[in-house]
Design a protein around this ligand. Structure first.
Ligand code: LLP
Length: 438
């Protein structure tokens, strides 16, 4: 039996769109498809609500905090997960009421906590004992609290994006008793604690770790009821579902993923008398596949290379500063030529193997071993799929390059900028030349 062909779930630009966008806004350019993003949220939400009718879907803005995208997520019924005052302010700018935001962070600053609570943030996820003490004075402000637990689960993903293991800076360990102590202390201080949270890792293609995390925090909630009479009314299992960076990455469908997690939690809660509202806060699986990055090829260079004879470098007009993920996590992507410089050119003459490099002052191999047409040439446009998450939000000004703009494509094919490119003026606006140097 041959396997069914994989259903393509990633957004990609047509040649005509790519040409038009590159001409209108320049490159490198992040592009997001509005309808695709809305659809991703809807399939996730439908899958979740099918098994947890009161389920709350939160959009993790760390994946992409472009204000217009936060607005879309909110319009689609998501609450908004923020991990800093900056992300919180972006949510407020999008018109999201503070009450629909949740604040995370393993070392939230006092100023961040105060700003959030005074603005009326809906929920704060408590992460350490110092924070519990510091926040006690805000007990009566209406903000609800949940306790982040480290369930002691090691997911199969890159070590830098695993968060649920016992040896982690995030949350309170269940096994060493910290989780229980945190709950008791928060209650003693009068904080309105409604439940628990865990997030075990990111880019999870397999739901096992997430299922274990959900089960463990549900069992913990049940234990807290038996031991202390604490009624959990809210359980948040974080985000984590992966996306299809390459054809080899096959994440579970939103619906199957939600079902497996919810079934495991329901089972763990059976006969406990607890019926908490369940919540998830994905980022990558909502926005990742809705975005592409458009680059223009600047040069193609063949160099001698040990063992393989020669290597062909294709340099694009972006790199580490707009996508640090290959350098940080060894991430791989799908790269395609979307438009030739001259549309009237002849056929490609087959593919060859290229190393796509960026323009930064170091060996920033962006994408190794990619198959692209043999006649690839300066001026051609490349699109990199699945760059909607953790690209724009992790971009930098390394080498003083302006961060790219983001364009949004609407259902009717029209488009607009939702974030403009940095200007040199604003990049230099923070500089101070002290009079001592005059
Ligand atoms: N909630 C919490 C508490 C998290 O720590 C994270 C991600 C999420 C939600 C959203 O997870 P997602 O659904 O996007 O997997 N910079 C890394 C990703 C780090 C994510 C850490 N936490 C990357 O580029 O892969």
């Amino acid at each position: 039996m041959t396997a069914a062909p994989l259903q393509e779930t990633r957004f990609r630009l047509s040649e005509q769109q790519a040409r038009e966008l590159a001409e209108t806004y320049g490159t490198p350019l992040y592009v997001v498809d509005e309808a695709h993003f809305r659809q991703r949220i809807r399939t996730y939400c439908d899958g979740f609500r099918a098994v947890a009718p009161t389920g709350e879907l939160s959009f993790a803005t760390k994946a992409n905090s472009t204000v217009a995208l936060i607005k879309i997520a909110y319009q689609e019924g998501c609450s908004i997960d923020v991990a800093s005052e900056g992300e919180f302010r972006a949510a407020l700018m999008a018109g999201v009421p503070a009450s629909a935001c949740h604040l995370h962070g393993n070392n939230k600053q006092i100023g961040e906590l105060e700003t959030a609570i005074e603005a009326g943030i809906g929920m704060i996820v408590l992460d350490n004992f110092e924070e519990i003490e510091c926040i006690a004075k805000f007990a009566g402000h209406g903000t609800k609290f949940v306790i982040r637990l480290a369930p002691g689960v090691d997911p199969v993903t890159h070590a830098k994006i695993s968060t649920g293991q016992a040896d982690t800076k995030f949350g309170f360990n269940i096994m060493d008793g910290s989780g229980e102590r945190a709950l008791l202390r928060a209650i003693e201080l009068g904080l309105p604690v409604i439940g628990f949270h865990c997030h075990v890792g990111s880019q999870l293609l397999d739901p096992e770790a997430q299922i274990s995390g959900g089960e463990l925090i549900a069992k913990f909630a049940a234990e807290m009821k038996v031991r202390h009479g604490f009624e959990t009314t809210y359980l948040n299992v974080g985000g984590g579902l992966g996306v299809r960076y390459t054809d080899g990455d096959v994440p579970m469908s939103h619906a199957d993923y939600c079902r497996e997690i919810v079934v495991a939690i329901d089972k763990a809660l059976a006969d406990t008398g607890l019926n908490p509202k369940l919540a998830q806060e994905p980022g990558r699986s909502l926005i990742g596949e809705s975005g592409v990055t458009l680059y223009r090829v600047g040069s193609v260079k063949i160099v001698p290379a040990k063992e393989i004879g020669t290597r062909t470098y294709v340099a694009v007009d972006g790199g580490l500063s707009d996508n640090p993920r290959p350098a940080l996590y060894g991430s791989k992507y799908t790269v395609e030529r979307v438009a030739r410089k001259r549309p009237d050119g002849t056929g490609s003459g087959g593919d060859r193997t290229y190393t796509v490099s960026g323009k930064h002052c170091e060996t920033d191999k962006l994408f190794g071993d990619v198959q692209l047409p043999a006649d690839l040439a300066a001026g051609d446009l490349l699109q990199v799929l699945c760059t909607g998450a953790y690209n724009s939000s992790m971009a930098s000004n390394y080498n003083r390059y302006p961060r790219p703009a983001t364009a949004l494509i609407f259902r009717d094919g029209s488009h607009t900028l939702i974030q403009r490119r940095d200007t040199y003026e604003e990049m230099l606006a923070r500089e101070i030349l002290p009079k001592e140097l005059a």
